[in-house]
Design a protein around this ligand. Structure first.
Ligand SMILES: NC(=O)c1ccc[n+]([C@@H]2O[C@H](COP(=O)([O-])OP(=O)(O)OC[C@H]3O[C@@H](n4cnc5c(N)ncnc54)[C@H](OP(=O)(O)O)[C@@H]3O)[C@@H](O)[C@H]2O)c1
Length: 366
């Protein structure tokens, strides 16, 4: 499709003055040099989608959403890695302009994109891009990833129900210990966890250490939660004489830090190849991360084709883009805020998105 034959307008989920989202009609912007316009078929939801609105990084009149899967509708000058009609999945850092996924057309840089193999549905593909980027950046910061693990090395993924960190660590031959609610234990094992521990258990740390045998603790921690007392408990799971590295996905307070541990803030946006302002810190573009991301997404497409890697289980939310508001509200309300002064043993956690990714089919939009 040439830019001239593109539709002029599209439906999009737009943030309103009261910070809810509603479907509006907005213009379609044709791709510029180095850009691709993707006609989205399925978009997937992440916690950052509601947080960006709550924290007013995304303002009324703008739209949210990062993950998308669809078909290339048009390419800008100089784009050679994908062609019109090819199926692709990717993600953007929503934040105004045309960059968001909860809309019919997403305008995006041509790199990095995942070419979706024929054996993978758009729903499955949409669950991947942002979450697997986070997992890859995390393992890269904590280990020699993508190099294979040395013999008998343990990664603890605290909060494994998102599944990608487990899968990547397993593919790199790490021994993977993870935490999850009991209902997700079979799921995380199916996706590559060697050992799973219920994080609500009073002796969760002891169970993790016991599982590492004589080693007496894990080598590195990927704390995919980084809230409540996850950092404290996962740090206690490290072995005394190991590399003692903990990767976190949210910024920590100084008083939470153990001076014997090297903490690293994992930022998935580094794979997009631009400067990142996140959590009050400026992170300059790093060409190495960007090039790693391009190669990594090529590898992801290959692993999906051979079945070595699987997308997350997903739940199709009703209403397409019109259903986004309910999905965001559900994810926000189900956020289990854990009291660091007590314990993780909340007997009545609120219903939350668990072991599944919420996705929306654009064609379901009324
Ligand atoms: N820095 C970055 O670049 C980056 C990128 C992506 C995400 N994030 C952040 O990472 C966090 C996790 O995101 P997510 O997409 O994985 O989804 P999520 O919906 O926040 O959490 C996924 C799973 O975590 C488990 N969980 C919740 N609280 C837990 C706790 N205290 N201890 C252990 N497990 C717990 C639950 O597992 P069960 O259902 O098994 O109980 C839940 O299903 C969010 O805060 C998000 O904003 C940061």
């Amino acid at each position: 499709m040439s830019p001239t034959s593109l539709l002029k307008t599209q439906k999009a989920s737009i943030v309103q003055k009261d910070l809810t989202c509603a479907v509006e009609t907005i213009p379609v912007t044709p791709p510029g040099p180095g850009e691709v316009l993707v006609k989205n078929n399925v978009v997937a939801q992440n916690p950052t989608d509601w947080k960006s609105i709550e924290w007013q990084r995304i303002k009324p009149g703008q739209s949210t959403g990062c993950d998308f899967a669809g078909v290339v509708a048009a390419v800008g000058d100089g784009v050679t890695n994908v062609a019109v009609g090819e199926r692709v999945a990717g993600w953007c850092r929503a934040g105004g302009g045309d960059m968001s996924s909860f809309r019919e057309y997403t305008l995006i840089a041509a790199h990095p994109l995942i070419k979706i193999p024929d054996n993978v549905s758009d729903e499955e593909a949409a669950t991947l891009p942002l979450a697997i980027a986070t997992a890859a950046v995390g393992l890269r910061r904590l280990t020699n990833y993508p190099q294979a693990a040395p013999y008998n090395r343990y990664v603890l993924v605290w909060g494994g129900s998102c599944l990608y960190a487990i899968q990547l660590a397993h593919l790199s031959s790490y021994k993977v210990i993870t935490t999850a609610s009991p209902k997700n234990h079979e799921l995380v094992k199916k996706y590559g966890a060697d050992v799973v521990v219920d994080y609500h258990a009073p002796d969760a740390v002891e169970q993790i250490i016991k599982a590492t045998g004589k080693q007496g603790g894990v080598d590195v921690v990927f704390d995919a939660i980084s809230e409540g007392n996850s950092v404290e408990l996962s740090t206690k799971s490290l072995r005394a004489n190991g590399p003692r590295k903990v990767g976190v996905v949210l910024p920590l307070k100084e008083d939470e830090l153990d001076p014997s541990v090297e903490y690293t803030l994992i930022l998935c946006s580094l794979l997009l190849g631009s400067d990142v302002n996140a959590f009050g810190r400026y992170n300059p573009r790093d060409e190495r991360d960007y090039q790693f991301g391009i190669e990594f997404y090529e590898q992801v497409a290959g692993w999906l084709r051979t079945g070595q890697l699987k997308g997350n289980p997903h739940t199709v939310q009703p209403g397409g883009l019109a259903g986004v508001q309910d999905g965001l509200a559900f994810m926000k309300s189900g956020k289990v805020r854990l009291d660091t002064s007590s314990s993780l043993r909340d007997p009545r956690p609120r219903p939350h998105v668990s072991g599944t990714k919420l996705v929306y089919r654009i064609a379901d939009t009324p």
